[in-house]
Design a binder for this molecule. Structure first.
Ligand code: GDP
Length: 451
């Protein structure tokens, strides 16, 4: 996500490091680099223009700061401007006073609407809502079936025109406007407090599709119309977004496929050109690959300041509370951190979701991109195998592990002795880190994260 933009911007700022004051030439050079980086990331030209002019104006007017050097001040300005073009405040779903809250999805075919419908339903359910999904994409073969599968995975019911339609080759028929209306009535009748209506897209913007979307909008009068856009479509994003903004007057944007290596400029342009906030991000094909979009955190991620808050939230969601408390108690009691604990931590980290994604949210200082690319989740399996091959006694007293014991463990776990040695080295670093934290406080870190 935004990798190359991020690299370019951070490289630009490095040049400012250590400067006591900024000359006009420094500012010009920096602004020029920022402009190029944004354009290369496919950010729309008008957005780039307004962005750099604001940055320049503010950078030239910098006042001497007690706490920040000029380089840091420029980073701060760029950060603030990024937050602004990403929409400023986090925007939550506008819930209806009289439920059900009706949410309609719109966007091109393949944008990720049906996938998003399942993710959003799951997310809302986890917040205590009782959503109903409504299948109005009657255009794309199999879209109804796909929504039903997503609904099932999310544990959310699906209202579909023809429950029996399940063949890949059979197109569901019916009038999507009628289906949408019936779906909302069904939700009201069965007391669902949220309805999510999936609609049909086309490969490109076309009048018929837009009319259908507008007709559905008029029929169900939604509280939110979410425009789902594939972040990888580059410069086309702006035109597509404008067309949908005029055609269906959406209320919020969902950026999908932010997990790709795309240059990501779409994300940075849509809000500026439509005036509508990005509300959610879709970051993979799984139902949990979904985030509430926080402009400030996203800007922080782009500038490699690390997105610790999102990281912590994700951790909280999947963290085994008992395990975390057990670990915390160990700190308090100043007990030794053992290999068993090490393994338990690694497993916790894995539970939080894709390791790579997690690590990529950590501040640049903690882990380099290169390390990230080299990180292999199967390493955790090997670590587990190695630890399991130790006797319980060895696990709590790793000092026992002499050469012959290590050779036995390597044989038992099917790895090379050097891997056992590497693990012990990493464990001992983790142990030191834990000791330091136990004495100094702070959030438990992730040993082995820098694998
Ligand atoms: P729709 O036509 O707008 O309903 O799009 P779909 O939901 O069917 O998504 C189109 C394709 O993109 C499917 O293969 C999805 O699995 C995939 N997809 C959707 N969202 C994401 C995402 O956030 N990341 C990735 N990598 N793939 C996605």
């Amino acid at each position: 996500m935004f990798n190359s933009l991020s690299d370019r911007l951070t490289a630009t700022f490095k040049n400012l490091r250590g400067k006591g004051r900024l000359t006009e030439a420094d500012v010009d050079g920096t602004v020029r680099e920022i402009r190029r980086a944004l354009l290369d990331a496919d950010v729309a030209v008008p957005v780039v223009r307004s962005f750099v002019s604001r940055v320049k104006e503010r950078a030239l007017g910098l006042e001497v700061s007690q706490s920040l050097n000029p380089g840091q001040q420029v980073v701060k300005i760029v950060n603030e401007q990024l937050v602004e073009i990403l929409g400023g405040q986090t925007r939550r779903i506008n819930l209806a006073k009289n439920p059900p809250t009706v949410i309609m999805l719109a966007g091109l075919q393949g944008a990720g609407k049906t996938t998003l419908a399942g993710k959003l339903a799951k997310h809302l359910k986890s917040e205590g809502h009782t959503p109903l999904l409504v299948a109005c994409d009657l255009q794309r073969p199999n879209a109804v079936k796909q929504l039903q599968i997503n609904g099932e995975r999310a544990g959310v019911p699906v209202y579909a025109p023809h429950p029996g339609v399940s063949s890949e080759f059979e197109e569901a028929t019916g009038d999507p406007v009628v289906v949408a209306g019936n779906g909302v009535s069904e939700a009201r009748q069965k007391q669902h407090d949220v309805v999510i209506v999936d609609t049909a897209g086309r490969l490109g913007v076309d009048e018929e599709m837009m009319k259908q979307a507008a007709d559905i909008r008029a029929a169900i009068n939604p509280h939110e119309v979410l425009f789902v856009i594939d972040s990888m479509i580059g410069q086309d994003a702006v035109n597509t977004a404008q067309a949908f903004n005029e055609g269906v007057d959406f209320t919020g944007v969902v950026l999908s496929k932010l997990d790709g290596d795309a240059r990501g400029g779409a994300a940075l342009s849509v809000t500026h050109v439509t005036g509508k906030p990005v509300m959610f991000a879709s970051t993979g094909e799984g139902l949990d690959d979904f985030e509430v979009f926080h402009p400030d955190r996203m800007a922080g991620r782009i500038l490699e300041m690390g997105d610790i808050l999102t990281l912590i939230e994700q951790a909280e969601k999947s963290w085994d509370k008992d395990e975390a408390e057990r670990m915390a108690q160990k700190f308090v009691d100043q007990e030794d951190f053992t290999l068993e604990d090490f393994l338990a931590q690694m497993q916790q980290v894995r539970k939080m979701g894709s390791m790579k994604k997690m690590l990529s949210m950590m501040p640049g200082a903690a882990i380099s991109k290169q390390q990230l690319e080299q990180f292999d989740e199967s390493q955790i399996d090997r670590i587990e195998a190695i630890v399991r091959s130790m006797t319980p006694h060895e696990r709590v007293a790793p000092k026992l592990l002499n050469g012959s014991r290590r050779a036995r463990i390597a044989r038992g776990s099917g790895v090379h002795v050097s891997e056992v040695n590497q693990l012990m080295e990493r464990f001992s670093q983790a142990q030191k880190m834990m000791k330091k934290m136990a004495s100094g406080g702070g959030m438990p870190g992730m040993p082995g994260g820098g694998a």
